[in-house]
Design a protein around this ligand. Structure first.
Ligand SMILES: Nc1ncnc2c1ncn2[C@@H]1O[C@H](COP(=O)(O)OP(=O)(O)O)[C@@H](O)[C@H]1O
Ligand SMILES: O=P(O)(O)OC[C@H]1O[C@](O)(COP(=O)(O)O)[C@@H](O)[C@@H]1O
Ligand SMILES: [Mg+2]
Length: 526
């Protein structure tokens, strides 16, 4: 058996079409292997079988696989820093929990006695992966002791050493994509925290990335007085937009404006943009820190426990669901139908259904369903009308798109424009009950924009406070190309590429989805 060393490996290990994601090492392309399979794993040794097109199968032993796994993880999750490409000397922080006297003017020495600073070596536990068997499926267990690895990520928070002179910093804030409750709370916290460091020059970029190159959109000066009450209303004080991102133009504009820090509030698309801006700044060796704050009511950002705005959207959905319930319950053979946001992830719909407790049928993009036939949604509705006298359906906008005419249209950001599954379902229900000669009264409620235009609820407001403050600490610590979030209950910094590898979806095998099914009592619709 060959002994493999880490240098032998580059590229993903795949077994047939499947990527063996929980492996520490990567395939040896130079051997032209076209498939790999895990053969065995003990806590000391991993054996993989390389299946090559032009040579016999070869078994590789990887003795130190746990360390390799951890090294690989640590490398991926190490935070990009300005000093990776520019020589910079750190300086003591000016951030302090204690209030300063007006004479100190925000730039005096920090309070040594406060021990809340975070060291660069501090880590928070993202997860512990426990391998109970050599294959992820749990079959043919070879390792009775179980192998486990831990994944640690960087703690967020203020550092004792910073890489900017606050008095000379110009910081920008931009909000991109769709609206989300809490945008104003995050803007506000960023401004307040920057001021706490002693930053005097803070500007808002209007209407997302467009504000960088559309001449009529001027910078908005921001300070404590300007942002003091903006959290009292929803929306974005700076405006949002989709589309219009030319990375090179944006970085030209960042240089022309002399921005030292840019805080980018947005979802998957925005973070892809923020990372591209960070890479371009690196290429030009600019001392500009780009820090993202994940925003989306869809809760579809990888690794995050939840994104800000999600809780509020779930709460706002309760009014719509409750109205649909009252309508359905009061009508003769009433059927309430509520469509909620969620382009490709059903988190809002699942959580709103769970939270309401009134929903009989919850439909999300991740779980296909049939409408017709003995196991279809329509048959189950018949049963509900028959037994309860009314029914309530909650559906995510991205669910059941296969039943609708595909338009291939995209919005300005390249996101697919969805057809209205709610209207389609309403029609289908009406004609189905007509056909079987049973009276039905279908009330369709589409509260879409009402969910995200509201102000943040209390728990989101607190989350926004933490995120906004940590974003500023991250920028002052000299990181760039990072984002911040709550992961496994800890406040952490993550490199942007790790959170935009894919959209986060509801796992149909998860306990949460099964809790939802238990709550609704719905059958499998296939
Ligand atoms: N892959 C990408 N690279 C660079 N910019 C992007 C990318 N995807 C989206 N953007 C830009 O990010 C902004 C917001 O994206 P969008 O998808 O509308 O919202 P969200 O960030 O909420 O997902 C838009 O201005 C869009 O042009
Ligand atoms: O009408 P718009 O602005 O395109 O927004 C619709 C989309 O916005 C969202 O609420 C959130 O999307 P983003 O995270 O991309 O902003 C989606 O659920 C929805 O499909
Ligand atoms: Mg998006």
């Amino acid at each position: 058996m060959a002994i493999a060393s880490p240098v032998d490996y580059a590229g993903p290990i795949t077994s047939g079409q499947r990527r063996l994601s929980c492996f520490p090492v990567h395939s040896c392309n130079h051997l032209r292997c076209n498939a790999y399979e895990k053969k065995s794993r003990t806590s000391d040794q991993l054996v993989i079988r390389a299946i090559s097109v032009d040579r016999p199968q070869l078994d590789f032993s990887i003795p130190d696989w746990k360390n390799l796994f951890q090294e690989d993880f640590d490398r991926r999750f190490s935070l990009p820093h300005l000093t990776d490409v520019i020589h910079l000397e750190p300086r003591p922080t000016t951030f302090s929990l204690k209030s300063r006297t007006p004479l100190e003017n925000g730039s005096g020495p920090f309070d040594e006695s406060w021990n809340g600073y975070v060291n660069d070596d501090d880590r928070a536990l993202l997860k512990v992966i426990k391998f109970a068997s050599p294959t992820s499926a749990g079959a043919d267990c070879i390792d009775p002791d179980c192998s486990w690895v831990e994944q640690w990520v960087h703690r967020a928070g203020p550092r004792k050493q910073i890489y900017f002179e606050p008095q000379s910093v110009k910081a920008g804030i931009v909000t991109c994509g769709g609206l989300c409750p809490g945008l104003n709370d995050v803007i506000r916290q960023i401004v307040l925290t920057l001021e706490k460091y002693g930053v005097k020059n803070i500007v808002g970029i209007q209407h997302g990335f467009r504000g960088f190159f559309e001449d009529h959109l001027s910078e908005v000066p921001l300070n404590r007085h300007v942002v003091q009450n903006i959290n009292l209303s929803g929306g974005s004080f700076l405006g949002v937009s989709r589309g219009g991102a030319s990375v090179s133009d944006i970085v030209d504009s960042i240089q022309a404006r002399r921005l030292d820090m840019l805080f980018v509030l947005g979802g998957n698309g925005t973070h892809a943009g923020a990372n591209a801006i960070h890479e371009e700044c690196r290429k030009r060796k600019l001392k500009v820190s780009i820090v993202g704050v994940p925003k989306t009511i869809d809760n579809d950002i990888l690794l995050m426990d939840k994104t800000f705005g999600f809780d509020t959207a779930v709460e706002a959905a309760q009014r719509a669901i409750n109205s649909a319930y009252i309508e359905a319950h009061s009508a003769f053979h009433g059927i309430g139908l509520v469509k909620l946001m969620g382009r490709s992830s059903g988190f809002i719909t699942m959580h709103a259904s769970l939270s309401s407790g009134q929903v009989d049928i919850c439909l999300i993009p991740e779980v296909p369903f049939t409408l017709d036939g003995p196991n279809g949604v329509l048959r189950h509705l018949e049963h509900l009308i028959d037994t309860k006298g009314f029914a309530l359906i909650c559906i995510a906008e991205g669910a059941g798109q296969e039943y609708l005419q595909k338009s291939n249209a995209t919005d300005a950001s390249g996101n697919m424009v969805l057809s209205d599954i709610g209207a389609h379902l309403q029609q289908k229900i009406k004609s189905h009950f007509n056909e079987i000669g049973v009276h039905s009264d279908v009330k369709y409620i589409d509260p879409t924009y009402m969910l995200r235009a509201v102000r943040a609820n209390a728990s989101d407001a607190i989350l926004c406070t933490v995120l906004g403050q940590n974003a500023v600490h991250g920028a002052f610590a000299g990181f760039s190309g990072i984002t911040t979030g709550v992961c496994n209950t800890h406040n952490v910094y993550l490199p942007i590429p790790e959170v935009i590898k894919s959209t986060r979806f509801v796992d149909p095998n998860s306990r949460m989805w099964h809790r939802c099914l238990t709550s609704t009592g719905q059958p499998d619709f296939h």
